[in-house]
Design a protein around this ligand. Structure first.
Ligand code: VAH
Length: 313
């Protein structure tokens, strides 16, 4: 079996569905601290209530299901974490350590844990940010993700745990909504365009950020987990890149389909977070080690997003 912790989140809903399609619904146990808002998204297979900070409950579930893989996706994202720093550190850090310990204790074959471009900071080289470089994140979320990367490396070295990780850019999809992130504007903008409404963006129009369409992120995750262990040279977390764009560029891409779509810009406190992150990422190591190759650029993503959202509206 496969255990997905944080299955109701933006990534969790989609990764659970992808794993169930590939391995069969009954094989993939979805777990989260509360049931999904949209039950139809997870009704296909088993669901368990789990607060990942409840170490005993976590160990009980791992013992009961004996998963060969655990996908641990629970985190408080960047913007929310700045408002609740201690809770964010506890959830993001103790949650990961509980999962790593449960995996070692019950000989789980593989663990997946997402990192983020948030591990880079204001003095990291901003364009084509390398795999190995100056980090110094200045957000609670980024600090927790960088610490998490180094814990993953330590558990791999100390216990041989096959834990793998990707530094996701902002993720954009039409099946689930993000919560509390700095890149969430790039999902909301499509919903507004399809609803025929104007969009007010919380970042400046020229704020370029690394982004990725969800289908690419899901394929990258499954490809990474299927690669033979000897090909995995990075046990902190792999840089991963799909595309980079600014709010004005995604607005222009949408206007090719919705000509009169209007966007206004009112930067808020999330601008400072975005300004500390890279403009673009060098993911040559992922391409070299396990054959990573993105398939979606901005215009291809826009066409696919609008087509799917127009149907669901
Ligand atoms: C966030 N979507 O905005 C997440 C992600 C790179 C951004 O980590 O916090």
């Amino acid at each position: 079996t496969i255990l997905v912790i944080g299955a109701c989140g933006q990534l969790g809903l989609e990764l659970t569905e992808a794993l169930r399609q590939r391995y069969g619904a009954a094989q993939v146990i979805a777990a989260d601290v509360r049931p999904p808002q949209q039950p139809e998204l997870l009704q296909g297979g088993p669901f368990e209530l789990l607060d990942v900070l409840d170490r005993a409950r976590l160990f009980t579930l791992v013992q009961q299901y004996r998963p060969r893989q655990i996908y641990h996706l629970v985190a408080m994202l960047s913007a929310t974490a700045e408002k609740h720093p201690q809770l964010a550190w506890k959830l993001n850090m103790d949650g990961l350590l509980n999962v790593l310990d449960a995996a070692v204790e019950h000989q789980v074959a593989q663990v997946y844990w997402p990192s983020s471009i948030a591990v880079f900071g204001p003095d990291t080289p901003r364009d084509n940010t390398p795999q190995l470089t100056v980090m110094n994140p200045n957000t609670v979320y980024g600090i927790s993700k960088l610490a998490g990367e180094q814990w993953c490396e330590w558990y791999h070295k100390k216990y041989g745990l096959d834990v793998r990780s990707l530094r996701y850019p902002g993720l954009i999809g039409y099946k689930s909504l993000p919560g509390g992130g700095t890149t969430d504007y790039a999902v909301d903008i499509y919903h507004k365009a399809v609803a025929g409404e104007n969009f007010e963006c919380f970042l400046q129009e020229d704020t370029e950020l690394p982004m990725m369409y969800m289908p690419d992120a899901l394929r990258a995750t499954l490809d990474l987990m299927h690669a033979p262990a000897e090909q995995i040279k990075v046990r902190s977390s792999y840089n991963l890149s799909g595309m980079s764009f600014s709010p004005q560029e995604i607005a222009a891409s949408i206007r090719r389909h919705v000509p009169d779509f209007a966007v206004s810009y009112r930067p808020d406190q999330r601008q400072q977070i975005a300004d500390s992150w890279p403009n673009s990422i060098d993911d040559a190591q992922a391409r070299q080690d396990w054959g990573w190759q993105p398939e979606f650029d901005l215009d291809k993503m826009t066409a696919d997003m609008l087509a799917h959202l127009a149907v669901s509206v």
